[in-house]
Design a protein around this ligand. Sequence first.
Ligand SMILES: N[C@@H](CCC(=O)N[C@@H](CS)C(=O)NCC(=O)O)C(=O)O
Length: 219
Amino acid sequence: MKDLRLVIGNKNYSSWSLCPWLLLKMFDIQFEEIQIVLYQDNTAEKLGPYSPSLKVPVLLHREITVWDSLAICEYISEQYLNHGGWPANPKRRASARSISAEVHSGFPTLKQEWPMNCKASYNLTPSPKLSEEIARIDAIWSSSRRRFGENGNYLYGRFSIADCMYASVAISFNAYGADLSEEANTYMQVLLDNPFVQKWIALGRLEQEPLSIAYSSTG
Ligand SMILES: N[C@@H](CCC(=O)N[C@@H](CS)C(=O)NCC(=O)O)C(=O)O
């Protein structure tokens, strides 16, 4: 058994599982992946031994359990990356933490109306509320790229936890056909071209669980 284990849900639907999974992959941290199929009759029973919240993701590190995507990313950054999961500069770090918290706690319409689905390919007109949320995310991406992105292609130049937190949004925007500014669209494409995001999408597409079950909860 590996020192570090990450419990995740269906790759096709579990947007929050993608965040710490991507961080671990990007920083080449070895871990064992435990996948639990969500929204089945026995899902709670299977999650019970691992997850106090009965949700995924959950990180198991020796006797320590960390649940909730952002808390897990923080823990990985602290324990394995010497805090390098965030930008080193305090101003950039504050911004990265703010936009990560914003997507973690916000954008309820996006999560409800355009949940991550690696198999989806639509061109949908968003509702007015969803359009507002898309515009806000577009502004976050464009402004971070413009102000802080000079040393690379990610929001703060080099890859950070903020990119992990927005990876599933890129998958949704691409899947449902969000109309973005050029800057935001370029960044979305950077996330979609990331080899580990591509791997996640490819594996998600192979999963067979029916949509009707997975759509019973936002994820
Ligand atoms: N705030 C939590 C949300 C976790 C969450 O809602 N996970 C979904 C899958 S992405 C889940 O476990 N759903 C199972 C359920 O609600 O029964 C996080 O960021 O980790």
